[in-house]
Every structure is written in structure tokens, then in C-alpha cells.
Ligand binder design. Structure first.
Ligand code: FMN
Length: 159
């Protein structure tokens, strides 16, 4: 069966996901970050997670050099952050409330549903994406909050 890219995207869009912003800082301590839905758990022991980044992303070389990154799981009311970090605007961080994580040094967005601070563990280029695997060093989460969801190309709430 020939897989045309439009049908492939539509089929993948049937898989509802949460939305994260994955962030790190470069050698000059300048933060960068990207909206990512391809986040997944890999292993419980050791605690490993992954995300997939397109090789055409502006930030791909910076991510490949980063020693640490944070995964910021967005709340239902953080849609604007998702749109901002999915854009190629020059200063995505302007006015964005964040701090540097104590464990990883990676930028951490405020008020997220969960944050995982990770050390870069392994990278694999497959097709037009790179899989970046991180070992979780520190985590924080809100046990009661509601997530932002992404389904068929649109944002959604659980309700
Ligand atoms: C909800 C949502 C999920 C996304 N998930 C991914 C993803 O998993 N991997 C990816 O490479 N791009 C993903 N993107 C697209 C990137 O956020 C977008 O290409 C961004 O411009 C990349 O930033 P950069 O060019 O500054 O590196 C997603 C976009 C949205 C809106």
C-alpha cells in the first residue's frame, strides 16, 4: 500500500495527545523551546522519556548539542504558549514566565501541569526526525489539574 503523506497525517491526527513545550538553553545560556506532542515515556527504571523533533526545526542543532532539557506539560489554559512555541517568532521567550531548573539548568515554564527535567541520554536520527531520549533527573506535577489536548489538528479539553 502506498502511504500518501496527507492520509498519513490524518491517521496520526486520530491519536489524541497532550501538548508539551520542550526547552533547553544554548552555550550562551539563551533559552530555546518547541511545542511537541510526540512526547512519550520509554522506561520506568531507569526513568527515560523521548520526543521526536523534525530535522527542519530551527532549533534542531541546538537541541542536539544540549546536555539537558525540560519537558513542560501544558495545562488546558496554556494554549497561547503552545501556539507561541510552535511558531518561528524571533523571541519566543519575551514575557514568558519561566526560571532555570535547579537540577538541570534548563528553562522551566511556570504554572505547567507537570515538568520533567532531563539529562540528554541518546539521540537517533530516523527518517526526517531525530528521537531525543532523556533521563529524568527531577520532576514536579499537579495531581489535580487539567491538560491541554491535541486531536485532529485542533486543541481540545478533556471535558
Ligand atoms: C500541538 C503541536 C504539536 C507539535 N509537535 C511536534 C513534534 O512532536 N515534533 C516536531 O518536530 N514538531 C512539532 N510541532 C511543530 C513545532 O512546534 C514547530 O515546527 C516549531 O516551529 C519548531 O520550532 P523551531 O523551528 O523554532 O525549532 C508541533 C506543533 C504543534 C502546534
Amino acid at each position: 500500500m502506498d502511504i500518501d503523506s496527507r492520509s498519513f497525517r490524518k491517521a496520526l491526527g486520530c491519536f489524541a495527545t497532550g501538548v508539551t513545550v520542550v526547552a533547553a538553553k544554548d552555550e550562551q545560556n539563551v533559552p530555546f523551546g518547541v511545542t511537541i506532542s510526540s512526547f512519550a515515556s520509554v522506561s520506568l527504571d531507569p526513568p527515560l522519556v523521548l520526543f521526536c523533533l523534525g530535522l527542519d526545526a530551527t532549533s534542531v542543532e541546538s537541541f542536539r548539542k544540549a546536555s539537558h532539557f525540560s519537558v513542560n506539560v501544558l495545562r488546558h489554559d496554556q494554549r497561547e504558549l503552545s501556539i507561541r512555541f510552535a511558531s518561528r517568532m524571533a523571541d519566543k521567550w519575551s514575557g514568558v514566565d519561566h526560571h532555570l531548573g535547579e537540577t538541570s539548568g534548563a528553562p522551566v515554564l511556570s504554572h505547567c501541569l507537570a515538568v520533567l527535567e532531563c539529562k540528554m541520554e541518546k539521540q537517533y536520527v530516523e527518517g526526517d526526525h531525530v528521537l531525543l531520549i532523556g533521563r529524568v533527573l527531577h520532576l514536579d506535577y499537579d495531581p489535580g489539574g487539567q491538560p491541554l489536548l491535541y486531536f485532529r489538528g485542533n486543541y481540545a479539553d478533556i471535558a
